[in-house]
Write a protein that binds this ligand. Sequence first.
Ligand code: PMP
Length: 406
Amino acid sequence: MFDIQEIRSQFSILDQKVNGKPLVYLDNAATSQKPDSVLKVWETYYKELNANVHRGIHTLSQLATEEMERSRRKIQKFINAKHDFEVIFTKGTTEGLNLISYILTQKLKKDDEIIISYLEHHSNIVPWQLLCERTGAKLKVIPMDENGILQLDVFDTLLSEKTKIVSMNQVSNALGVINPVGEIIARTRKNSDAYIVIDGAQSVPHFTIDVQAMDCDFFVFSGHKMYAPMGTGILYGKQEILEELPPFHGGGEMIATCSFEETTYAGLPFKYEAGTPNVGGNIALGAAVDFILQTGHENIRAHENALLEYAQRQLLEIEGLKVYGEKANRTGVVSFNLEGIGIASDVGMILDKLGIAVRTGHHCTQPIMSFFNIAGTVRASFAVYNTFNEIDILVEGVKKAQKMLG
Ligand code: PMP
């Protein structure tokens, strides 16, 4: 049984007032809150286990290493990777995407092509632009329609033997729209041998992920949007690809042997984990996986969908309120503006006075904002601990903002 009060009781941070009002936290696409179980694991690591991993003969170092490697195996199962060494700890999606774009440098030459989608976060645009600068490759973009739906027929015309990389997100952070990655991957596999990179930052908190069934080459996500601490993240890559490609950062941990004349590299996953990792954070990421599995993917999805439907229905009744993006096929994100109120942050500031946390602005997706000819939106995004009552408070808040600013 899904018991929302029991879920909420696991998140101490929610039980507070902001500006004199009960906190209504609806900025989950930016970062989720962390359950006490995750914080406890993190704290226990520092209180009882803190030591550097993989290097020490002493007991604490061995225990810390075991815990971090146990967490890696949890994440392996969570995304259904074939091997635990295909799971690389990073500090987040941005680092994962930069890592991939860097290690693929030698695979590209002038006039090769990289395809991304219109719906990308800047972190899935800029690393590819940098790669184009290094190699002379060209960036191509799958267009979208006015509902934020990618135009697959145009994708077919972009895909060619020149395509070396196809990279896109599974869910858009600005609109919440779920992208047809299955279809994109199938068409890519059929017509090219491009590397396929999936940004799962906004999907991992909401659905079951199976990287083998998906058949992507790389899959990246951040821990902090899935109930884990900031500064954690995962890069998944297929074994044969990660083994073939060069390292990213050089340093400790990633070598097998090192002399002034020659260095040989460690095997996976260490080849891609130079330097001291975020041990406490990585262990706590495993605890966040436990939280999601204990809560149940189906429960999370069903509850967030119900919140989304409830919120959209009420918000769309407000005259002059426009919701961006396709309404049916999305995660718990509502991105909107009020007619006649050009500055989304004005709405956000009024909501903040009412204790409601939403995000306003371009959400690191300026191309999407340019497409709609707007500077930004107000984005309310839901997590498993949000309630219908909080949606009511949001709707009343938006009405109040409209009255005050209109
Ligand atoms: N991609 C998407 C779809 C995102 O939503 C985000 C975070 N807003 C990122 C990439 C970047 O993630 P991070 O800032 O955690 O590296």
